[in-house]
Design a protein around this ligand. Structure first.
Ligand code: NDP
Length: 254
């Protein structure tokens, strides 16, 4: 009889850090559901790449900004669990999907603030709450923060504050879900070359060099520097790591 793999749900798995995490998780023999907001083809590419690693995969659409859509989203996840994975629940929730908006606290508009809070805090808060009945006991939640919650760079006041809220939420999730054997940790990447923020870390040479010179290891981060950290937290080797903020920044602004 076929043994049942563990299953991870990675939000924002169509590109960037979420895609890399999904592939690194799959490489550990864990089945993966990725979500995408609008880039269905890119999510499907991720699914095909995951399948080549010998595990099952599916893609489901999610707008993490719209908490009212989460019941419908989770119905689709339930369908995918049954049709693709022959399962009713999953084991790991990676709250990765997100955007940034560059504005100082003096200039941030209420609309920008609402957009950020919906995507970066309210979304993961209620998505996790509503996913709890579908999460197996003994599983794990992996949230994504940022180095910017530890050090302050002008222009990230609202964004970094939401991530700070996620760091606090992570501790509460760990405390409240410990009785179910569910761990909650948060990975805080430094600046990474992805499409994030219009791809500025990757494409703006001055920005790239500036970050590299403030990083102990002397370069900016790549998605490959982060995905494996997320995947590790989905393994038995990480079973005693709980309520932790794990920064993966190559030593930024020490
Ligand atoms: P990318 O822009 O490369 O990818 C963003 C991903 O999130 C895509 O899969 C996108 O889906 C999805 N997404 C965006 N908005 C929504 C939404 N409203 N609902 C659902 N999904 C959405 O970003 P990164 O991979 O760089 O960022 C991933 C996470 O890492 C974010 O939480 C970010 O804050 C954090 N982070 C990033 C850093 C960096 O320097 N890159 C540093 C520290 C933290 P689609 O493809 O369909 O558009």
């Amino acid at each position: 009889m076929e043994t049942q793999n563990k299953i991870a749900l990675v939000t924002g798995g169509s590109r960037g850090l979420g895609k890399n995490a999904a592939l690194k998780i799959a490489a550990k023999g864990i089945d993966v559901i990725v979500t995408y907001q609008s880039k269905k083809d890119e999510a499907q590419n991720t699914v095909e790449e995951i399948k080549k690693l010998g595990v099952k995969a599916a893609a489901v659409q999610l707008d993490v900004a719209d908490a009212k859509s989460f019941d419908t989203f989770l119905s689709s996840v339930k369908e995918a669990l049954s049709s693709t994975f022959n399962a009713e629940k999953f084991d790991f929730l990676v709250n990765n999907a997100g955007i940034g908006i560059h504005a100082s606290s003096a200039e941030t508009t209420e609309d920008q603030f609402d957009t950020l809070v919906n995507i970066q805090f309210k979304g993961p808060f209620f998505l996790t709450q509503k996913a709890l009945p579908y999460l197996n006991d003994g599983g794990a939640i992996i949230n994504i923060s940022t180095g910017l919650a530890r050090f302050a760079l002008p222009g990230f006041a609202a964004y970094a504050s939401m991530k700070g809220a996620m760091e606090t939420l992570t501790k509460y999730q760990a405390k409240e879900l410990g009785s179910r054997g569910i761990r909650s940790n948060i990975v805080a990447p430094g600046a990474i070359e992805t499409d994030f923020g219009g791809g500025v870390v990757r494409d703006n040479e001055q920005m790239n060099a500036g970050i590299a010179s403030n990083t102990a290891l002397g370069r900016v981060g790549l998605p490959d520097d982060i995905g494996g950290v997320v995947a590790f937290l989905c393994t038995e080797d990480a079973r005693w790591i709980n309520a932790q903020r794990i920064e993966a920044s190559g030593g930024m602004f020490l």
